[in-house]
Design a protein around this ligand. Structure first.
Ligand code: DP6
Length: 384
């Protein structure tokens, strides 16, 4: 039996202007536009092989070696959209194999440990959509595909592009204009770097989906944010990126992270994502900037305590040198050497650092995760 297959990789993105709030839950339509930076796939990526065959009995997905449930409304919505696009092509060209009728076997792996607690759903859904689009030989643009990824997980639509990305909220009720677009490619500002501080946490955070619903329903500050703050900030941040104005970009990024977490606190009952370690990291970044006499580092936090710090390569010695004093004893410095701090400088609660850069959007790859029988090859990931 013939097995058709395609493999791709997709990146993680970290928002600098946060998506928080849905105006339509089933279509994943947001209450505000957002902006993100795509991170390098050398350090963080999802690799997905999608295959289709008349011999497959059911749709199946293996994620990091484990069989996952594909029967969620979100995943089903994505698969239905992709199959419909394929069907349209098959109806136009009779010679095409009827892939839209075949069941799918999908195998997906992350190159970073799930244990690090990094949100992987954005890269995961982006890779899923891009892999099936490639398998089906769909000719839609990445912006068009981003609308399908959006239905899987809102933030996933931004992982369809590299560099600097906007998710335009749109105004249509059917979501036809709620899509990701590229603000600027990686080549526009390749010296932008990112450092992730993985913060240990013992509690299970409220999921983004649940958290944002509660915020929309109960927070007054949230209303102020979407009406009066985000529209202006969206334009300012886009401009700061186009101007490569790091200080401006950094201030807007930090203000937006702070306001997002303020709306979480203003949710009733309140939601806390930052912990004491996160707050110490904020202080460290403030100190780095005040010692430098200019803003050279920006923190941002998503729905958990991990920090992402953006900085420009030219300031690497200053930023990483200072960070090393506090977090030099954990893994992830990749042989980078800076001066050690005193023992009393050390801040506990960070389990590792990931030093990375900004990166490209989804890529095709020859590396397949599926064997001749259409089943997963032995796990090769570093997942633990
Ligand atoms: C704080 O995209 O995970 O990271 O659409 O419900 O799947 P769903 O939510 P998700 O939310 C991400 C929230 C955030 C901010 C952001 O990435 O913009």
């Amino acid at each position: 039996m013939s097995i058709y297959q395609a493999s791709v990789t997709a990146p993680v993105n970290i928002a600098t202007l946060k998506y928080w709030g849905k105006r339509d839950k089933s279509l994943n339509l947001p209450t505000n536009s957002s902006i993100s930076v795509t991170l390098s796939q050398d350090d963080l990526r999802t690799l997905t092989t999608a295959s289709a065959s008349p011999s497959f009995k059911e749709d199946q997905l293996w994620l990091n070696g484990k069989l996952e449930n594909l029967n969620t409304p979100r995943t089903q919505a994505c698969l239905a959209d992709l199959r419909q696009l394929r069907k349209q092509d098959e109806e136009k060209d009779d010679s095409l194999p009827k892939l839209s009728d075949y069941k799918l076997h999908i195998v997906s792996e992350n190159n970073f440990p799930t244990a690090a607690g990094l949100a992987s759903s954005a890269a995961g859904f982006a890779a899923l959509i891009f892999a099936i689009a490639k398998l089906f030989n769909l000719q839609q643009t990445n912006s068009e595909l981003s609308k399908i990824a959006r239905k899987g997980s809102g933030s996933a639509c931004r992982s369809l592009f590299g560099g600097f990305v906007a998710w335009e909220m749109g105004s249509q009720v059917d979501g036809s204009d709620s899509k990701a677009i590229e603000i600027a490619p990686l080549s526009h500002w390749p010296s932008m770097k990112a450092m992730i501080l993985v913060v240990s946490d013992d509690k299970k955070d409220t999921s983004s989906t649940t958290g944002m619903q509660a915020t929309v329903a109960t927070s007054d500050l949230f209303q102020h944010r979407i009406e009066n703050v985000v529209p202006k900030r969206f334009e300012e941040m886009k401009q700061a990126i186009l101007d490569k104005d790091f200080a401006k970009f950094a201030e807007l990024t930090m203000r937006d992270s702070n306001q997002f977490h303020a709306t979480c606190l203003d949710t009733y009952p309140p939601i806390f994502y930052l912990n004491d370690t996160s707050k110490k990291i904020i202080k460290v970044v403030e100190r780095i900037n005040s010692d430098a006499g200019e803003v050279i580092a920006a923190y941002t936090f998503d729905a958990g305590p991990n920090a992402v710090i953006y900085y420009d390569e030219k300031d690497e010695e200053k930023v990483l040198g200072a960070m090393y004093k506090y977090f030099g004893s954990v893994d992830g410095w990749n042989h980078k050497k800076f001066q050690h701090g005193n023992n009393e400088d050390e801040i506990k609660g960070v389990s590792r650092v990931i030093l990375t850069t900004i990166g490209e959007g989804p890529q095709s790859t020859e590396e397949s995760l599926i064997n001749e029988s259409g089943l997963p090859k032995l796990a090769t990931s570093t997942n633990n």
